[in-house]
Design a protein around this ligand. Structure first.
Ligand SMILES: Nc1ncnc2c1ncn2[C@@H]1O[C@H](COP(=O)(O)OS(=O)(=O)O)[C@@H](OP(=O)(O)O)[C@H]1O
Ligand SMILES: Nc1ncnc2c1ncn2[C@@H]1O[C@H](COP(=O)(O)OP(=O)(O)O)[C@@H](O)[C@H]1O
Length: 208
């Protein structure tokens, strides 16, 4: 019996089919690939490219995309500091469950605050949280402006937009950093290849 958060008198129920059994079934190791970066830096594109690449290798993954989750699970949250923190906390907990299910969970959120990302990392055991930093310059993201949001933010029509009038804190010790090469952004497939190679080298694509 224990007290957790606001709950007292709650009990943890162990199930005989656990993570090791699920990982054996899938022949892979559950983990979280956490993609962080500015809006327009290419997070969703990379997440989908990694997922497609893994799928073609017979590996099971699932993408948790910030924008998509705000249509459901997180639709009660906005972009104030507390809301972003709660957004990241919830996604971190969901990602942990997916990893426990044995999946390669790809979370793609701006997740601008270092302490929130670090709290998600702390939820995952033994190096199974892989932080990927899309280190793309604000100028590039703003030039892309795929959704027209930077224009609105510059015009003062969106307040607290990351990179404009709300901070983005880059990772200090991420596992993978993706950036421009000679001033050019590599194609999504090439960047996805780096992530998948990392997963392969670290043994996540087999259960041995
Ligand atoms: N104020 C403000 N700041 C940043 N982004 C904004 C804002 N308002 C709306 N949007 C849109 O919301 C998407 C980011 O959602 P996230 O859940 O990833 O954000 S966060 O991690 O909670 O900061 C983000 O999507 P991406 O472009 O995919 O990053 C934007 O389209
Ligand atoms: N590697 C890339 N090279 C060129 N354009 C890209 C690349 N990755 C993404 N894009 C383009 O940039 C825009 C933003 O990408 P998106 O994946 O939606 O970013 P985010 O999820 O970080 O907001 C889209 O128009 C997308 O097609």
């Amino acid at each position: 019996m224990s007290t957790v958060g606001n709950n007292t008198n709650i009990f943890w129920h162990e199930c005989p089919v656990g993570r090791p059994e699920r990982q054996k079934l899938l022949n892979q190791k559950g983990c979280v690939v956490w993609i962080t970066g500015l809006s327009g830096s290419g997070k969703s594109t990379l997440a989908c490219s990694v997922s497609r690449d893994l799928h073609s290798r017979g590996k099971l993954s699932y993408v948790l995309d910030g924008d998509n989750l705000r249509h459901g699970l997180n639709k009660d949250l906005g972009f104030k500091v507390e809301d972003r923190t709660e957004n990241i906390r919830r996604v971190g907990e969901v990602a942990k469950l997916f990893a426990d299910a044995g999946l390669i969970c790809i979370a793609s959120l701006i997740s601008p605050y270092r302490k929130d990302r670090d709290a998600c990392r702390a939820l995952l055991p033994d190096l199974s949280f892989i932080e990927v930093y899309m280190n793309m310059p604000l100028e590039l993201c703003e030039e892309r402006d795929a959704k027209g949001l930077y224009k609105l933010a510059r015009a003062g029509k969106i307040k607290g937009f990351t990179g404009i009038d709300d901070p983005y804190e880059p990772p200090l010790n991420c596992e993978i950093e993706l950036s421009q090469q000679d001033g050019v952004c590599p194609p999504p497939g090439a960047m996805a290849g780096k992530v998948v190679t990392y997963l392969e080298e670290k043994g996540f694509l087999e259960d041995k």
